[in-house]
Design a protein around this ligand. Structure first.
Ligand code: EPZ
Length: 415
């Protein structure tokens, strides 16, 4: 297992091209199962999670080819409706194929996804949506088994605006006769990208990005070409890197609209940010101010940026209060940051951050994807050498992050 070794306290300068969105690509790859036509995706990031989803599609019998950031999927050869436990435990998002399998074959057997470090990650809202559409869903022996019943469009109210449940239901409903309305739907940009992809295939979906989505079922969906949106969380992570290193970064391949919550919060603490159609410039300084932060469903502050923002606030004099409302256990990075001298206390879903001017490099461990990213940020700021183990967590969601950091002046080595 690789480690990253970072020698900190160097301001980052230069330009970074942000990769395509992991969390847009994963549901779109699953949605490719809805068609027997050929799907060509461009702007696909090179990430371990994407490789796992490609493996899921191949296990189901689809053909998946990859050439740099282009991926071709042909699901005309699907010969299975089963996603085994060893796969769903590796990556929760493999559960996103369930809606597509039900829609196309009126059958699916998907093992429960593993919980992960950040929380139990239940599937109840996904299954409630499928049942509302008339599918019979049994949950036995750790398997979610769905089969067709009296399938028809329906109104579905999500108790929580779950991203995955919204996506899974959109995919199932796209081939379900009649009209389906999803209320209290998640509004993330990745949901809009999925709607645009499905509509290109011939689906009739309206309202993604708002809290009510209307899907009119169609008989068939065709293969298409699609370019995925940029990764707003990778962009946010590099924005935090510019701020924490007190550097000056230009990010290309960014949709400013998708990162408004991050821009607002960083400006609030004194970071200088300028934006244009597909780029953003971030200039850090030594007079940043503390602030309070509460993670919320989009368009609120994204939970996937909480660990990174906590790390930045740990280097800003003054007290910041962070509330994590989305996941029940997303403060795993706190104990690792404390090893580096950060003054952070967390109780339940609240963390109190007393910013300090100094952090010291030492050996730390990545516990999950975004915690790993936060430790990289801490290493960029800390005096001395920071060694981060379990880098495989970071490889799940960041495309060539250490090369990108090297190119903007970070002293970072992967061993
Ligand atoms: C997506 O996960 C993202 N993953 C996550 O990104 C992100 O943190 C999350 O949305 C929230 O924005 C992908 O898109 C692949 P949810 P998802 O369903 O769909 C509860 C990353 O770092 N819930 O919106 O699993 C759940 O327990 C990852 O890139 C239910 O109770 O998130 C959680 O508390 C991490 N029942 C909350 O909703 C359900 O049926 C949010 O979960 C489903 C979810």
């Amino acid at each position: 297992m690789d480690t990253l070794v970072i020698c900190g306290a160097k301001p980052l300068q230069g330009q970074v091209k942000v990769s395509g969105s992991k969390n847009a690509t994963l549901p779109i790859m699953a949605a490719s199962l809805l068609s027997t036509g050929e799907v060509t995706l461009s702007g696909v990031p090179e990430l371990d999670d994407i490789a796992v989803m490609a493996e899921v599609l191949r296990i189901l019998g689809a053909k998946v080819y990859r050439d740099h950031d282009t991926m071709v999927i042909n699901a005309s050869t699907i010969n299975s409706i089963e996603v085994p436990e060893n796969i769903t435990r590796r990556m929760r998002a493999s559960n996103l194929v369930m809606g597509a399998l039900l829609a196309r074959f009126a059958q699916a057997r998907v093992a429960y996804p593993g919980g992960c470090a950040i929380g139990s990650r239940p599937m109840d809202l996904h299954l409630k949506g499928f049942r509302n559409l008339g599918y019979e869903i049994d949950e036995e022996y750790g398997i979610m088994e769905g089969k067709g019943g009296k399938i028809a469009g329906n109104e579905i109210l999500l108790d929580f605006p779950s991203v995955g449940a919204t996506e899974n239901i959109m995919m199932a409903a796209s081939l379900t006769p009649g009209v389906t309305i999803i209320r209290n739907a998640a509004r993330e940009p990745e949901i809009v990208d999925l709607q645009n992809f499905l509509n290109r295939m011939g689906a009739r979906i309206r309202g993604a990005g708002l809290d009510t989505i209307r899907i009119e079922g169609v008989k068939k969906l065709d293969g298409v070409e699609h370019s995925v949106i940029p990764d707003r969380i990778e962009a946010g992570t590099f924005m935090a890197a510019a701020a924490i290193s007190r550097g000056d970064l230009w990010l290309d391949n960014v949709v400013p609209e998708h990162i408004q919550p991050l821009i607002a919060k960083l400006r609030e603490i004194g970071v200088e940010i300028s934006t244009w159609t597909s780029g953003i410039r971030i200039i850090g300084n030594d007079h940043l101010r503390p602030t309070d932060l509460k993670t919320m469903p989009y368009p609120g502050f994204p939970t996937d940026m909480q660990a990174q923002m906590m790390t930045l606030l740990a280097t800003v004099s003054g007290t910041s209060v962070i509330v994590e409302t989305i996941f029940e256990n997303r403060f795993m990075h706190v104990q690792e940051l404390r090893r580096m001298g950060a003054d952070i206390k967390n109780e339940g879903r609240v963390a109190i951050v007393k910013g300090k001017k100094r952090l010291q490099g030492c050996k730390v461990e990545a516990t999950d994807l975004r915690a790993g990213a936060a430790l990289i940020l801490a290493g960029l700021y800390a005096e001395g050498e920071t060694t981060i183990s379990r880098v495989e967590h970071i490889d799940r969601g960041y495309d060539k992050i250490h090369q990108k950091l090297l190119e903007i002046g970070a002293d970072i080595v992967r061993v």
